[in-house]
Design a protein around this ligand. Structure first.
Ligand SMILES: *Cc1c(COP(=O)(O)O)cnc(C)c1O
Length: 217
């Protein structure tokens, strides 16, 4: 189980960048992992987890939440508008706000419930057609729109194209955050979280390096 190893690598990367390790939040991405692996990581003390799908999270987290205190769930996969209600009820943070319709739905649900998960705007930094997220050139306007709706924005999130150097995308994301006065940067996964920390990541999303390879995805 790689949790301790990842924690010490986070500390090393943060220190090397002149940052405090506690300023980097580790999200253990448990999507698709068998429950016994998730339980082992809970037993080791981890409490912040990321899931890709509302349905999968709804199927297993209520049980864990009944047995372990202080669990925080982050949604890191695309969200259909018709699952928004279930998502805001279950997740503490949602990293995939990417379109006006979803922003309006979150605002309506926030009014109704009196609370809203903290949000990251997903930016499609590589402008990949198959990938979710607002285009970099549309990010400022969309962030302003989400703010005008009163949504609690933490920052911006990206998933770099697999075939490109992630650091270019991390740098672009950091620039978008800075010019919009946002402090949260959700970037970095198993293969590149150290580079993300060097470039300012506040939230890293690490799956296979903690849990082992996923059987399917
Ligand atoms: C699966 C996933 C991760 C974790 O990926 P690993 O390479 O297993 O660390 C991080 N972010 C998102 C959005 C994911 O879908």
């Amino acid at each position: 189980m790689g949790l301790n190893d990842i924690q010490s690598r986070i500390a090393t990367a943060a220190t090397a960048a002149g940052r405090k390790p506690e300023d980097v939040t580790l999200i253990a991405v448990s999507k698709v992992q068998p429950p016994e692996r998730v339980e082992a990581v809970l037993m080791a003390g981890q409490r912040i987890f990321g899931e890709n799908r509302v349905q999968e999270a709804a199927g297993r987290w209520p049980d864990f939440q009944a047995r372990f205190d202080g669990i925080k769930l982050h949604l890191i996969g695309p969200l259909q508008t018709n699952k928004a209600r279930q998502a805001v009820e279950m997740f503490d943070v949602i990293h995939t706000l990417d379109r006006p319709k979803l922003a309006e739905t979150f605002a309506r649900l926030a009014d109704e419930r009196g609370s809203c998960p903290e949000l990251f705007v997903q930016v499609n930094t590589g402008a990949e057609p198959q990938k979710a997220g607002v285009l970099p050139e549309d990010a400022d306007a969309f962030i302003a729109q989400a703010r005008a709706l009163g949504l609690p924005l933490l920052g911006v999130m990206c998933i770099p194209p697999v075939e490109e150097a992630p650091s270019l995308h991390f740098t672009l994301l950091a620039e978008i955050a800075a010019r919009n006065g946002l402090t949260g940067l959700s970037m970095g996964m198993s293969a590149d979280f150290e580079s993300a920390i060097a470039l300012g990541a506040t939230h890293i999303r690490v799956g296979s390096a903690i849990f082992g390879e996923r059987a399917y995805d």
